[in-house]
Design a protein around this ligand. Structure first.
Ligand code: FAD
Length: 457
């Protein structure tokens, strides 16, 4: 089959146009040559939003302050300035548009879409950027070089491909069980007084509680997780602790003791424990990379739930609503694991194995919504492109099944352990190598670096 894209210039395909893919495209557009072509492929209509910023609910807020959400690491105030330049009627939804504001996530999606739109319409870069609304299903390597195949069957000759496929979709939905909490349909046709069970008590649980409260849901909401830990709340900004001697990741227990000691100090000085956690940020990727595989596995098993709730905090106004619903008894947090589930006529009978051998509890709920977070094991994913890449040995899962294996530059490592110079990955699927690579402040840097490397190549 003849492939499109043989007219000269560099040809780069970016698969996935959530935050990472869109930002990578923006960075490439800033410095590409007139004859270069960037194919940005997205299976949804919503370029620039991805999973995180597609929500239409204005109460679903960013969990990072506006001042730290600029798309460009070298222009830290870019997002705040963009907010402040919005017409008054659009700013009404945000309130005070300052650096410490927690903005609705859909507004952030508008920001990224707007940046893409500006490049195409205002800067006239439609000759460089091609938005392809389709699913990427395969990458072929033959005598003609590398080519990308889309679901419609069209092929594009390319020089490089960047996988920006993001968070793997949650599990499938079955009768009474909703595996995709981000699908607005998951709360449709739910009686206002119906009992609901939410699996997980993290940030996605909070989104779902807010959506239920916004619908005036009065029914009981049970939320289940192994430890029943809730995300901590953001407090007034205080400067991150400056670790004088950069901590080492070689001994997890020692690291834990060190961070706890710093947190005690910052509590005593009034800066609060958050300063100790935030101060780790510049070191986190290195700490992860210094850990042996065994230490990383130990971290995931024992420390991850604690790390997640302290590191990924919720906006105060959001958490206040959730805490009020808990105090009123509408939301109940249960510690345990889900056991056998039986579908009754209109409801589900769920057995819960309570934590610490405290027995089994039975719940009858109308709906179970799985908010335990996106999946990360590529081998269990029912998605054409990833299946194809695994089957053809172009990618392999990382040892801890957090995504796919990449080197420290984000270049994909194939099934034989060789680095593919023309295949790159960015975003949550690279967690196995970087760990801290899911939030905007880390992703924007990774995008800028990858764009620079691609343009040099
Ligand atoms: C609910 C939620 C809220 C979050 N809130 C914040 C926040 O407030 N602040 C923050 O810093 N971070 C937040 N994050 C972290 C988030 O992971 C990043 O901010 C960022 O959005 C990740 O973007 P991404 O493009 O890598 O992945 P995604 O957003 O998952 O985008 C990947 C895109 O690739 C597309 N795609 C996948 N496979 C294919 C294919 N084969 N062909 C074509 N298209 C494909 C998908 O349709 C999707 O649009 C949040 C994450 C979630 C899930």
């Amino acid at each position: 089959m003849a492939a499109i894209g043989d007219q000269g210039g560099r040809r780069i395909a970016i698969i996935g146009a959530g935050f990472s893919g869109s930002l990578l495209a923006l960075h490439l557009l800033r410095r590409c040559r007139p004859e270069d072509r960037i194919y940005l492929v997205e299976r949804n209509q919503n370029f620039g939003r991805g999973l995180a910023y597609a929500t239409g609910n204005p109460n679903h807020l960013l969990n990072v302050r506006a001042g730290n959400m600029s798309a460009f690491p070298d222009e830290p105030d870019h997002f705040v300035h963009w907010l402040q330049a919005l017409p008054a009627e659009q700013r009404a939804e945000i309130g005070e548009a300052g650096a410490s504001t927690f903005v609705p996530r859909r507004v952030y999606g508008n920001y990224i879409q707007n940046l893409l739109g500006d490049r195409i319409w205002r800067e006239g870069q439609s000759r460089n950027l091609f938005l392809l609304t389709d699913e990427a299903v395969a990458l072929h390597r033959d005598a003609g070089g590398l080519s990308l195949e889309l679901a419609v069957g069209r092929r594009y000759s390319i020089d490089h491909a960047a996988l920006a496929v993001g968070n793997f979709p949650p599990t499938a939905t079955a009768s009474g069980y909703f595996g995709d909490p981000w699908n607005p349909g998951c709360l449709e046709n739910l009686a206002p007084d119906a009992p609901v069970l939410i699996l997980g008590t993290g940030l996605t649980f909070i989104d779902t509680i807010l959506s239920l409260l916004d619908r005036d849901h009065t029914g009981k909401i049970h939320a289940l997780s192994r430890r029943g830990l809730l995300p901590r709340v953001h407090a007034a900004v205080s400067a991150p602790w400056k670790y004088e001697a950069p901590p080492s990741g070689q001994n997890l227990l020692k690291l834990l003791r060190e961070v706890r000691a710093i947190a005690r100090t910052t509590e005593e000085t009034g800066a609060g424990w958050r300063a100790a956690i935030d101060g780790l940020r510049p070191h986190t990727q290195r700490l992860w990379q210094e850990m042996s595989l065994g230490e990383r596995a130990r971290f995931l098993r024992h420390l991850r739930p604690w790390w997640d709730v302290h590191r990924h905090r919720a906006a105060p106004q959001v958490m206040a609503r959730v805490e009020a619903a808990i105090a009123a008894g509408q939301v109940e947090i249960i510690k345990g694991r889900i056991g056998e589930t039986t579908r009754l006529d209109e409801a589900s009978l769920v057995h819960i194995n309570l934590r610490g051998d405290s027995g089994i509890r039975e719940l009858v709920v109308d709906r179970v919504v799985d908010c335990s977070g996106p999946r990360s094991d590529a081998t269990r994913l029912d998605q054409k492109l990833m299946r194809h890449l695994l089957e053809t040995g172009q990618v392999r899962p990382d040892p801890l099944r957090l995504g796919i294996d990449v080197d420290r530059q984000g270049q994909v490592i194939d099934a034989e352990g060789k680095v593919a110079p023309d295949l790159h990955a960015i975003g949550p699927i690279t967690k196995g190598t970087f760990w801290e690579i899911i939030a905007v402040p880390d992703l924007r840097l990774a995008c800028a670096n990858l764009a620079a490397r691609l343009l040099r190549s």
